[in-house]
Design a protein around this ligand. Structure first.
Ligand code: CAP
Ligand code: MG
Length: 424
């Protein structure tokens, strides 16, 4: 078996093939095709040396079949993969290849997942409809807020901020990605106090409230925390899916099926490998994996303080929330079959002045999550939440935030402080 066995421009992918779109920059001394052949080899059956192999190994090998430099499509026979295991799939198609000397840069841009593989994963338990049912909210976006400062405040201080966010109109209060179980804010203490608090606030406001409890930790501890979340009556858990790891997320998802808990997926760490357009793994692929594994909400970018273009945020949102996606630019086609959609969560520098731009681009079927955009309001968290909720209501009412601000002074103050971008 030699590298040329991994190239076949006449190959027509089978229905069950997994297809990858790679962006490849060949290293000096390699042609594009030579580099692509090495990628197809190393990510399926081959290695650097020529080997004598039985015929069925060649049949089971990947084929680079569509060349449009710097992009190449590689088809992988389904038999190469352990169904139901993200770690094994990623060790194959997103493993050694990133370090190959035959490429100076390589990025896995997108994947078409075959139906048989999709069916080997649970997918979201609740999905967008189920999330909306938790809150009884039919149209408007779900509004979440993460108390700030991120960490460092005591449990009592955290709960006070959470109370003001809930009372001001947030549906969800969220632990920050680095808030789990620290000495100054213990997980169990925070959960217990928030559960008592929200009962009172639900009665006072007449609105359903819930809490994204960050259980991120060693896997067995995550399962223990998930059970506690259920026992104390909450509807969600939150996991930092990338720092926890894909295998751990699969274990937590199985537990959440029994516990009937919704999963909020934070993506901290993604920019370590998805920010460079020439090298790494796209957030589209991470988002697709999170849908397969079965989270109900996943961060998709917010056009605010963190990197992520409009096109990228749209493509990620499309991949997690549509059932059928046609191929375009850097997006491969996908039919998700009956797998439920995930509610995209937009956050990162989000404030009332930019919500319309986000909702225009995506839809109201998203979670808008704000920390500084609520707690940084000149009149404090309660007014900040009122301002954010009014901005979302403005969109569903079909009026501008400036118009809405005439009847919501808190919104006027936020717009004065942070300005606003009309949908471009
Ligand atoms: C937002 C946030 C989120 C990031 C995640 C933060 O706070 O809580 O973790 O938005 O980024 O820690 O920065 P602010 P993404 O609202 O104060 O910016 O949603 O892009 O994954
Ligand atoms: Mg955060």
């Amino acid at each position: 078996m030699k590298y040329s066995d991994f190239i076949n421009t006449r190959y027509k992918p089978k229905e069950d093939d997994l297809i990858c779109l790679f962006r490849i920059e060949p290293a000096k001394g390699f042609s594009f095709k030579e580099a692509a052949a090495r990628v197809a080899s190393e990510s399926s059956t081959g290695t650097w040396a020529e080997l004598n192999v039985p015929k069925h190994v060649l049949r089971r090998s990947a084929k680079a079949f569509h060349f449009k430099p710097p992009f190449v499509k590689i088809a992988y026979p389904l038999v190469l993969f352990e169904l139901g295991s993200i770690p094994q799939v990623m060790s194959s198609i997103a493993g050694n290849i990133f370090g190959m000397k035959a490429v100076s840069n390589i990025r896995l841009e997108d994947i078409t997942w075959p139906q048989k593989m999709i069916r080997s994963f649970p997918g979201p338990q609740f999905g967008i409809k189920g999330i909306r049912k938790i809150f009884g909210v039919k149209k408007r976006p779900i509004l979440a807020s993460v108390p700030k400062p991120k960490v460092g405040i005591n449990t009592g201080e955290f709960c006070k901020i959470a109370e003001n966010a809930w009372r001001g109109g947030c549906d969800l209060v969220k632990d920050d990605e680095n808030l789990t179980d620290q000495t100054f804010n213990r997980f169990e203490n925070r959960l217990t106090r928030l559960m008592k608090l929200r009962k009172k606030i639900e009665k006072d406001t007449g609105e359903k409230k819930s809490y994204l409890a960050n259980i991120t930790s060693e896997t067995k501890e995550m399962l223990r925390r998930a059970k506690l979340v259920k026992k104390l009556g909450n509807e969600y858990i939150m996991v930092d899916i990338l720092t926890a790891g894909w295998a751990a997320v699969q274990t937590v998802r199985n537990e959440c099926q029994d516990l009937k808990l919704a999963i909020h997926a934070h993506r901290a760490f993604h920019a370590a490998f998805d920010r460079n357009p020439r090298h790494g793994l796209s957030m589209k692929v991470v988002a697709e994996i999170s849908r397969l594994q079965g989270v109900d909400q996943v961060h998709i970018g917010g056009l605010g303080k963190l990197a992520g273009s409009r096109q990228e945020v749209y493509d990620i949102w499309d991949k997690v929330s549509s059932q059928k996606i046609k191929s375009r630019d850097l997006v491969l086609e996908q039919d998700w079959g009956t797998m439920k959609p995930v509610m995209g969560t937009s956050s990162g520098g989000v404030h009332p002045g930019i919500t319309a731009r986000l909702l225009e681009l995506l839809s109201t079927d998203i979670v808008i999550q704000a920390g500084g955009g609520i707690h940084g309001h000149p009149q404090g968290t309660y007014s900040g939440a009122i301002a954010m909720r009014a901005a979302l209501d403005a969109f569903t009412d079909g009026i501008s935030v400036t118009e809405k601000a005439k009847s919501f002074p808190e919104l006027a103050v936020a717009l004065k402080k942070w300005g606003h971008a009309t949908p471009s």
